[in-house]
Structure formats: structure tokens, C-alpha cells
Design a protein around this ligand. Structure first.
Ligand SMILES: [Fe+2]
Length: 477
């Protein structure tokens, strides 16, 4: 988009804004850049030909109320590799309807998760009840690039990262779409859900390999919960109904929109993919929270789910106190027997971590390997990820790579080797920021030899703030 304000003016507007989630690793950047011929240390693998796109919150204007890290305008950072050693970089804001309206005013107006504010009739008309920041993930399906935020429709973007606008699958998508869709590697279908603070609370949809939304069903869940992710197998979709519960009344009156209420219980719902939402089998479990799952698979009538589980929700909204320092996620496994109606679960690892990823070609199938972030610090004052833990779940072993004493990162993504066939034939890629130097790199590890350290490091032309999710998009896909 063409910015109406100069980067210097946008930066100046943030002077004196002392909000924890706008400082340090979270400090937004204030311009859109293009850079080619980036300096590379090491050797970029020829098999990495395509673009890594990563999304994250990067507020254009200072927030009008109390800021939550989930609130910021989406910004995409793209690193494109030509397979011959060349690398380029581009970043663009998601030019949402809400942001366009705010730019006409010269300041932000929409409320966020800490302090929802009923918009003026003009803001409601221009951008909706709240801003669709599209700040959480970015995927490509059937050739279409979609930036995702779980409270709204996807936002279509071009290969040049320009915003096209909100996309509802030709009118077929009713309600919001998760930022964590799952692809069935056998059928090429994109399996999605959407939740809402208002009825119907949960819907499941199937988008076929050609990009058409072909099936929707309401899942009767009975309450409005913040459901960030789910898992699928060839036969089932599995929903975790966890007690991070919306308070619709509070939401509309500027109160705390989501409250952690463990006394209200927790359940796992198993829905046959060839059935309807009403066929979902619900099984009670101990209250916990899971932002992200690693994977799931079927095994002898049971469904094995792996994810990053916390004892409680590890973030807070509105007037709720900050989460306790002990509320950290750990790699966890659930074994669900939907016929017997039982679930057993156990912790798999004693290191705190989140942002789990696998080779997406084994989504829903038994996977041997998986990654999640290595954590330097997770306490009252914040969270810092500084590397990756690459698990061999079959052998029960793992190898770590930590980027450096002053470096932070987020999610690490698996990029498959087009010439490979094994599950770990590929590379682990992430954006790493040195907070002391104020610089960022795109770091490539070989998944087959993580201990060897980076095979290539692309030096980016700017610091990249902390972000949420991204994906590797090969050219020949
Ligand atoms: Fe997420």
C-alpha cells in the first residue's frame, strides 16, 4: 500500500508509548521495504526455491486503548530465494478495511482484546465491529494467498503482498475462519473451523483442493470459547473445548472479553469427517489450555494428539491479572478412545515451548519428527524464544539449536526438500532477531543435521519484530 504518512512521522507517533508488547522484540517497524541481492553467509540449498512468508502484529498507529499482543495490524515479511544463492526481502502491511479508515483519520480508533470499544457508526460502516487485522498466519491454497486472523474472514493478498481484500470463498464462508487450517495431504482438502462469541459458536468447513468451500456443519458446543487450533486425521476432526470463555456482554461494554474459568470444565470433541457436527463425541478432560497442536493420527481405533499444553491459559485479557509464571506450555500427548469415551494423557518433554510444526505432508498421519520453539525465558515479564527443539518422537530424543545469547526468534517452519522422500528431508527456517544489534536474519538449518548449525543465513535489510506464523511456499507448488 502507499503510506499516507512518512515512516518518520509514524515512528514519532510511538514516542513515549511504553506498552510492554510494543517494546523490545515487539517494537513495530514503520515502513515497507524491498531489497534484492541480500548478503548470505553459508550456502543456500538449491532445493529452497520459493518464498517464506511470515505474518505478525505491527500496529500502524499507536493503539487507542490498552494494547494486547494479538491486536496489531498484520504485517507480512517475505524472504524469496531463487535456488541459485540469491535472496530478496519485502514487507507489507495488511491494508485492512479498518486500517484504511484509520488512515483517513490519521489515528487508530478500533478497540482490541484488552479494551473493546464500540466503533462509531462511520467506523462500523467502514471497517466493521472490530478490525480484521489478518495478523496471525498466511497460507497458500489452490494458488490463493490468504492472511488469516481467527476473528474474521481471510484476507486475500497478491504474490507481491498487496492486499486484495476480505475473501469469503465466493460467499460460502459464514462466520470467521481459524488462522490454523489443516490440510489433508491425501485429498488436498483444506479443513477449517470458525468460532464466534455469539451463536452458532463453532462451525467446521471443508475447502476442496480446487479452493471451493464445499461443506459446512455446525458443531454444537454450547458455549463460546477461544479455540485457536484443532487437529485432523483422515477420519476425524478433533476440537478442544477449553474454558477460555467469551463474555459477550462484557465484550460489548468494554469489559474483559475472555475469562479463564477452569471451574466450567473442559472437553475434547471427536467428529467423524464424513459425519455432521451433531455426531461429535465429547469426552471430559482436566482443564488446560492449548494454543497449538503438533499433529494427530489414528492408531487402532484411538486418536493420538500431540500439542503444547498449559495448566491454564498463558495469556490474559482486559482486567484479568497477568498469567502466573508457572503457566507454561509443554509438549503433551493425548490418547483418545472415542468409542469407550476415554482419554489418557501424559507430558512428553520437560522443556517449555510453543509454536509446534511438522512436515505438513504428514498432517493427520503418524509423524516421527516435529519442532517447537526453544524457550529462553517465560515469566511474568514476558516470553523469549531463542531457538528450536527438533524432536524424534519415535526414539524419544531431540536436538536443540539456540541462535545466540542476544537473539530471539519465533516459529520455525519445515521446508521440504523437493528431491527428498524421507519425513525429515528438508530444512528448518525461521527469522532470528539480534536484540543487541537490532538486526534480523533468515536462518536455514538442515533438518537432517540440526546439530551442525545453520547451513545458510540470509542477512535481512532490517529488524523484523516478533511475529506469529508463517509458511514456506515453494515456487513449483
Ligand atoms: Fe497460532
Amino acid at each position: 500500500m502507499s503510506t499516507t504518512e512518512s515512516p518518520a512521522a509514524l515512528a514519532a507517533a510511538f514516542d513515549g508509548v511504553e506498552v510492554p508488547y510494543l517494546l523490545g522484540q515487539y517494537e513495530p517497524v514503520h515502513d515497507e521495504r524491498d531489497a534484492v541481492g541480500l548478503e548470505v553467509t553459508g550456502e543456500l540449498p538449491a532445493g529452497l526455491r520459493g518464498t517464506y512468508l511470515r505474518n505478525g502484529p505491527n500496529p500502524y498507529f499507536p493503539p487507542p486503548g490498552r494494547y494486547h499482543v494479538f491486536d496489531g495490524d498484520g504485517m507480512l515479511h517475505g524472504v524469496t530465494l531463487d535456488g541459485e544463492g540469491g535472496a530478496s526481502y519485502r514487507n507489507r502491511w495488511i491494508d485492512s478495511r479498518g486500517l484504511r479508515y484509520e488512515r483517513t483519520l490519521g489515528h487508530a480508533v478500533y478497540g482490541g482484546l484488552n479494551e473493546f470499544a464500540m466503533p462509531t457508526p462511520e467506523a462500523l460502516e467502514a471497517g466493521g465491529l472490530y478490525k480484521n487485522t489478518a495478523n496471525t498466519n498466511v497460507i497458500r491454497h489452490a494458488g490463493r494467498l490468504l492472511a488469516l486472523m481467527e476473528g474474521a474472514h481471510p484476507t486475500e493478498i497478491t504474490a507481491e503482498l498487496a492486499t486484495v481484500g476480505e475473501y469469503d470463498f465466493g460467499g460460502a464462508l459464514h462466520g470467521a475462519m481459524t488462522a490454523h487450517p489443516r490440510r489433508d495431504p491425501a485429498t488436498g482438502e483444506l479443513l477449517i473451523f470458525g468460532y464466534s462469541p455469539f451463536p452458532p459458536y463453532l462451525r467446521y468447513h471443508v475447502v476442496d483442493a480446487s479452493g471451493a468451500l464445499v461443506r459446512s456443519t455446525e458443531v454444537p458446543i454450547g458455549r463460546a470459547v477461544m479455540m485457536h487450533d484443532f487437529v485432523t486425521t483422515p477420519d476425524h476432526a478433533v476440537f478442544f473445548d477449553l474454558p477460555a470463555i467469551f463474555d459477550g456482554e462484557a465484550l460489548m461494554s468494554g469489559g474483559t472479553p475472555i475469562r479463564w474459568q477452569p471451574e466450567e470444565g473442559a472437553r475434547i470433541g471427536v467428529m467423524p469427517r464424513d459425519g455432521e457436527g451433531a455426531d461429535t463425541v465429547w469426552i471430559d478432560v482436566d482443564p488446560c489450555y492449548v494454543f497449538h497442536f503438533l499433529n494427530a493420527h489414528e492408531a487402532g481405533g484411538r486418536i493420538i494428539v500431540t500439542g503444547c499444553r498449559s495448566e491454564a491459559m498463558p495469556t490474559a485479557f482486559g482486567d484479568d491479572p497477568l498469567p502466573d509464571a508457572h503457566v507454561r506450555p509443554y509438549l503433551w500427548r493425548w490418547e483418545i478412545d472415542p468409542v469407550a469415551g476415554t482419554v489418557t494423557d501424559r507430558q512428553l518433554d520437560d522443556r517449555t515451548g510453543d509454536f509446534p510444526r511438522i512436515n505438513d505432508d504428514v498432517n493427520g498421519l503418524p509423524n516421527r519428527y516435529g519442532a517447537h520453539a526453544h524457550t529462553r525465558r517465560w515469566d511474568q515479564d514476558g516470553v523469549e524464544f531463542d531457538g528450536v527443539i527438533w524432536f524424534d518422537l519415535e526414539r524419544g530424543t531431540s536436538v536443540e539449536h539456540v541462535h545466540g545469547p542476544t537473539s530471539v526468534c519465533g516459529e520455525t517452519v519445515f521446508a521440504p526438500d523437493p528431491d527428498g522422500s524421507a519425513e525429515d528431508d528438508g530444512w528448518l527456517v525461521s527469522i532470528v532477531t539480534d536484540l543487541a544489534e537490532g538486526t534480523s536474519d533468515f536462518v536455514v538449518l538442515d533438518a537432517r543435521d540440526v546439530a551442525a548449525g545453520p547451513v545458510a543465513t540470509v542477512h535481512l535489510p532490517r529488524r523484523v519484530p516478533f511475529g506469529f506464523h508463517g509458511n514456506w511456499m515453494p515456487d513449483d507448488d
